[in-house]
Design a protein around this ligand. Structure first.
Ligand SMILES: [Cu+2]
Length: 123
């Protein structure tokens, strides 16, 4: 028996879809506020990170590192639309900041990641 070209193409498509489904089964960063690599003219009053799955509250944490080291944040809570939220209690000085997140999604796999933003002095 010989595979006809369209059968081969269909088989390849099925394999590609299966691979994509496996990748998307894991939780992933979707977007954030501040956005990744954003430059802000004002300090944000909270951080919010959206994911592709509901974050598991027990293992979820946002933290923030700035020019002077760790920045104290309010408690990390689960927000709307599969997000984590943490208040920024005191205004951030100008500089570069890194948001670090730690969470787990539906499959229970612990994941972590980070992204940067900066605060620029208002002119
Ligand atoms: Cu996973």
């Amino acid at each position: 028996m010989t595979l006809r070209p369209y059968t081969l193409a269909a088989t390849t498509l099925v394999i590609a879809l299966a691979a994509a489904a496996t990748l998307s089964a894991h939780m992933a960063y979707s977007k954030s506020m501040p956005a990744k690599d954003a430059t802000l003219s004002e300090s944000p009053d909270h951080l919010q990170v959206w994911f592709t799955q509901d974050p598991e509250p027990a293992v979820s944490q946002l933290s923030l590192e700035g020019p002077g080291g760790d920045v104290a944040l309010g408690a990390t809570t689960v927000g709307d639309e599969k997000s984590l939220v943490a208040a920024v209690p005191a205004p951030l000085a100008p500089g570069s900041y890194t948001v670090k997140w730690r969470s787990a999604g539906d499959d229970g796999h612990a994941l972590r990641g980070d992204f940067a933003f900066s605060v620029r002095t208002a002119e």
